[in-house]
Ligand binder design. Structure first.
Ligand code: AMP
Length: 301
C-alpha cells in the first residue's frame, strides 16, 4: 500500500495533478516539555478557498468519484486517495465510496479500515503516521464527505498524548500541561474495531458533555471536534470555532501541536501563542471528572 501511495504521489506530481512544494518542519520543545512543530507552507495561500470559508463546507464532493490520478486503491466501501493540496509528501485520505456526511460519527467499518490502513502505512514505510478526522464545520473540516486523513509524523517529534505510555490510567484522561480541553484514551496493541469503537465512544461522551455544558449546543446539532489517533492512543478535542481570532485555521493536526502557517506573520503568531491557539478555538482545560460511582462506605457483595 505505501509503495502505491508513494508511486502515485510521484506520478501526480509529474502530471501536475498535485500542487506540492516541500517544506521544512521545525520541531520545538516548549518549557513544559510538550513538543510542537511549526511549518511555513506558503502554498496554502494558493489553495482554493471556496470550500474553506470558516463555518461552511463544500456541498460538492471531490470524491464522487475520486479523480483517477489521485486514486491509490479501491476497497469494498472506501477509496484511498491522495490529497490534492498536500503540505507533506504522501498525505492520503480514506474516503467513503458513497456520500456520507462528515459530521456523522465513525462506525465500526470506518475504524476497522482506518486502523488497518494506519498499521500498514507504519509498517511498510517504517515511519510513524497519525490518522485524523475533522468533524463538524467548526473543527476545520472543509469537505462534507466522510474522510479520514493520514500523514507521517516528523521523526524527532513526540505528540503530547505519547505520555499515555507513562500512565496506568485505563480511562479517558487529560494532560494538564496542555491549556485546552481534550480527552485521551489509550489503545492496546492489536486492538480490534470493537475495542476502538468502545474507546472512541468514551471520548465522544466527554465531547458531548463538554458541549452540552455550554451555550454552544444552542446553535448547532453537530458535535464539532477533532480526532487524532495513532496505534497507541486516540485524542479528542471539542471545538467552537474553525479559525482563531487572528484568522489562523486550526485543524486536528494543530491539536497535537503540528501547526501550519501560510505566511511569516501567521508563523510569528503561532510561535508566540502555541497551544493557546487551540484554547481559542476550543475550550479551556478542565480536569476530567471520573464518572464511576463512589462506593466508599458501602459494603459490596
Ligand atoms: P478537511 O479540510 O479536513 O475537510 O480535509 C479535506 C482535505 O481534502 C483537504 O486537506 C483538501 O486539501 C483535500 N482536498 C480538497 N479537494 C480535493 C480534491 N479534489 N482531491 C483530493 N483532495 C482534496
Amino acid at each position: 500500500m505505501y509503495k502505491k501511495v508513494d508511486q502515485k504521489f510521484d506520478a501526480a506530481l509529474t502530471s501536475a495533478e498535485i500542487q506540492f512544494e516541500p517544506v521544512n518542519p521545525e520541531v520545538h520543545s516548549l518549557e513544559n516539555g510538550v513538543d510542537v512543530v511549526y511549518t511555513l507552507a506558503p502554498q496554502l495561500e494558493k489553495k482554493p478557498s471556496s470550500n474553506t470559508e470558516a463555518g461552511t463546507t463544500t456541498k460538492q464532493s471531490p470524491w464522487l468519484p475520486p479523480d483517477e490520478s489521485l486514486l491509490v486503491e479501491t476497497l469494498d466501501d472506501y477509496s484511498v486517495v491522495l490529497n490534492k493540496y498536500p503540505v507533506v509528501r504522501n498525505h492520503c485520505l480514506l474516503v467513503s465510496k458513497e456520500h456520507i456526511p462528515q459530521a456523522l460519527p465513525l462506525g465500526e467499518e470506518d475504524w476497522a479500515t482506518a486502523i488497518e490502513l494506519l498499521r500498514t502505512l507504519n509498517k511498510e514505510s517504517k515511519t510513524r503516521h497519525v490518522g485524523f478526522f475533522n468533524s463538524g464545520v467548526e473543527s476545520g473540516a472543509s469537505v462534507d464527505h466522510k474522510h479520514i486523513q493520514f500523514v507521517t509524523i516528523p521523526e524527532d517529534f513526540k505528540p503530547f498524548p505519547d505520555t499515555v505510555k507513562d500512565t496506568n490510567d485505563d480511562e479517558v484522561y487529560a494532560d494538564n500541561r496542555v491549556p485546552f480541553a481534550h480527552f485521551i484514551r489509550n489503545v492496546p496493541r492489536n486492538a480490534d474495531a470493537d475495542d476502538l469503537i468502545f474507546r472512541y465512544s468514551q471520548i465522544l461522551g466527554e465531547l458531548l458533555t463538554r458541549s452540552f455544558k455550554t451555550e454552544f449546543n444552542k446553535k448547532t446539532n453537530d458535535v464539532h471536534y477533532n480526532l487524532v489517533f495513532t496505534e497507541e492512543w486516540i485524542l479528542g478535542v471539542p471545538r467552537t470555532k474553525a479559525k482563531t481570532d487572528d484568522g489562523i485555521s486550526i485543524n486536528a493536526l494543530g491539536t497535537i501541536g503540528m501547526f501550519l502557517a501560510k505566511n511569516e506573520s501567521d508563523l510569528a503568531i503561532i510561535k508566540e501563542k502555541n497551544l493557546d491557539l487551540v484554547k481559542e478555538v476550543g475550550y479551556p482545560f478542565e480536569k476530567i471528572e471520573k464518572h464511576a460511582p463512589d462506593f466508599s462506605g458501602y459494603t459490596l457483595y
